[in-house]
Design a protein around this ligand. Structure first.
Ligand code: GTR
Length: 430
C-alpha cells in the first residue's frame, strides 16, 4: 500500500446486481520516476502481421500498415467516420502588412460541412510576402483561440470555451482583450515567416471543447453519421475529432494557391502533439509531422512504466481516447499496439519527436525509445530512419528522417524547439 495513493478522481463502479451506481475512490499507483523501477516489457513488432508473418518487403508494408491503423482505431483513438465533406469558407479579414510588413494575414471562417448553419472553425493564416511560388506551411492547433498567438489588436476576438470556476460548467463566450497574445511566446511568427513558411492555426475548442462532456458541443453530432447517438467504444473522441479538424484545414490549404499543399508540416504540443501524430497517421497528405512533448498516448511508449500511465490519462481525460482504451488501464501489456507503431504509420514521411528534460511526466526517454523502435519500418521503406541508436544528450538534435531532440527545461514550446523544427523542415523539404 505504500506506493498507492488515493487518486483525486473518482471511478464509478456499477453494481448491476443491486441496480445501483456506487461511486468509489480509485486507487492508482503513484507515478514512477525511477529508471530502475521501469521493469521489463516487450514491444509488439510493427513488422510482424496479425497472423504472425514477417514483413520483409516494402510492398507488404501497405497491408501491414492498414492492420496497424485499424488496431489504433479500435483500441486507442477510435474510428473517424469517412465523411464526404466539402468545406466552404468566407474570408473575414485581411491585412497585407502584418508582422511589420513581412506577411499577409488572413482570417477565415470555414463551414465544415459546407453549410453555413453547420459546424464551423476559424483559421488564422500568415503568408510571407516575400515569395516566388507556393510556400510550405506550418499547421498547428492552439489552446486559447487564434487571438492568443499574437497581440495584434486587429485579430478577431473569438468565441472560446471557458469555465467560471475550477469545477464550474464550460460556457462559450467571447474571449477578452486581455487574453490577446497570451500564447504568443509559443508562436514566433516573424521568425517562421522570415524563413519562408506560412503559418496556419485554429482553436482546438472549435472542433471539440476539451472536457469530459465536450462531445455534445463538438463537431461529432453534426458530422458523424450516427448524429446524437452515444459513441460506441471504438468511435472517435476528442483526439479523433481534433485530427479530423486538421484534415479540414488541409482541405483549405489544397485550395489556396499561395500555399504548397505538398509541403505541410503538422505540429502540436502535448495533447495536441498526440493529435498531430494521430492526424498524420490517418491523413497521409501531411508531409511532415512534429510532436512536441506529446508523452503518454503520443510518442511515449505506453508499456514503459515512467511518468503518466494509460490509467492516469484515461482517468483525468476520459474524453481524449476511445472507450476501448480504458480496457488497458491495468493491463497495458495486452494492448496490441504501442506508440512506436503510431510513429511507424507516418513512415516514410519525416517525423520529429521533441522532449524536454524536466518534462518527466511525458517520459522523454520513452519518447526517444519509441522513435527508435519505429526505425526498422523507416529503414524498410528506404529512409535513414533514426540516425542515432543512443539517446542524445541535451541540445544535440538528430535530423534524420525520424528526428529527435531533448532540450533543457520544462513542458513548453520554446524558440529553441521552433529553431529545430525549422531546421528539420528546411532539410526535408529541400
Ligand atoms: C497533461 C496530460 C498530458 C499532456 C498535457 C497537455 O495534464 O497529463 O498527457 O497532454 O496535459 O496537453 O498539456
Amino acid at each position: 500500500m505504500k506506493n498507492l495513493k488515493i487518486a483525486e478522481t473518482l471511478i464509478t463502479a456499477a453494481f448491476c446486481c443491486l441496480g445501483l451506481t456506487v461511486v468509489v475512490p480509485a486507487q492508482q499507483p503513484e507515478a514512477n520516476y525511477d529508471e530502475a523501477k521501469v521493469g521489463r516489457y516487450t514491444l509488439p513488432d510493427p513488422l510482424i502481421t496479425n497472423s504472425g508473418k514477417r514483413v520483409t518487403d516494402k510492398r507488404d508494408w501497405r497491408q501491414r500498415r492498414s492492420e496497424i491503423l485499424q488496431l489504433f482505431e479500435t483500441h486507442v483513438y477510435g474510428r473517424i467516420p469517412k465523411t464526404s465533406t466539402r468545406i466552404n469558407w468566407e474570408v473575414t479579414s485581411t491585412d497585407a502588412g502584418a508582422l511589420k510588413g513581412l506577411a499577409t494575414r488572413r482570417e477565415m471562417t470555414v463551414f465544415l460541412t459546407g453549410a453555413k448553419d453547420g459546424p464551423r472553425m476559424n483559421l488564422l493564416l500568415y503568408v510571407p510576402n516575400k515569395r516566388t511560388g507556393p510556400v510550405p506551411v506550418f499547421l498547428g492547433m492552439n489552446f486559447v483561440g487564434n487571438h492568443g498567438i499574437s497581440s495584434d489588436p486587429s485579430i478577431t476576438l473569438p468565441i472560446v470555451w471557458l469555465r467560471e470556476s475550477r469545477d464550474g460548467a464550460y460556457v462559450s463566450r467571447r474571449a477578452t482583450e486581455d487574453s490577446r497574445g497570451s500564447a504568443s511566446r509559443r508562436w514566433p511568427l516573424e521568425k517562421i515567416v522570415s524563413r519562408g513558411y506560412a503559418v496556419m492555426t485554429l482553436y482546438y475548442g472549435d472542433i471539440f471543447p476539451d472536457h469530459k462532456d465536450g462531445w455534445k458541443n463538438s463537431i461529432i453530432p453534426a458530422v458523424s453519421p450516427k448524429g446524437n447517438a452515444a459513441p460506441a467504444p471504438d468511435d472517435w473522441n476528442a483526439i479523433g475529432a481534433w485530427s479530423w479538424g486538421l484534415s479540414r484545414a488541409m482541405d483549405y490549404i489544397e485550395k489556396d494557391n499561395a500555399l504548397n499543399a505538398k509541403r505541410v508540416a503538422l505540429l502540436g504540443h502535448s495533447r495536441l502533439g498526440k493529435t498531430s501524430l494521430w492526424a498524420g497517421a490517418v491523413d497521409e497528405r501531411f508531409a511532415i509531422v512534429i510532436a512536441n512533448e506529446s508523452g503518454e498516448g503520443g510518442a511515449a511508449l505506453s508499456r514503459r512504466n515512467f511518468g503518466e500511465t494509460v490509467e492516469r490519462i484515461n482517468t483525468s481525460f476520459p474524453h481524449w481516447f476511445c472507450g476501448n482504451y480504458k480496457k488497458y488501464n491495468r493491463d497495458v501489456a495486452s494492448l496490441p499496439v504501442d506508440q512506436h507503431m503510431l510513429i511507424a504509420l507516418i513512415a516514410p514521411r519525416p517525423v520529429y519527436i521533441a522532449s524536454a528534460a524536466e518534462d518527466l511526466w511525458a517520459d522523454p526517454r520513452g519518447e526517444y525509445l519509441s522513435a527508435l523502435a519505429a526505425d526498422p519500418v523507416y529503414r524498410l521503406l528506404g529512409t535513414d530512419g533514426l540516425a542515432k541508436s543512443e539517446m542524445p544528450g541535451l541540445h544535440q538534435p538528430i535530423t534524420s528522417t525520424i528526428g529527435y531532440h531533448i532540450r533543457a527545461g520544462k513542458h513548453d514550446v520554446t524558440d529553441y524547439d521552433w529553431e529545430q523544427f525549422m531546421n528539420f523542415t528546411d532539410r526535408h523539404f529541400k
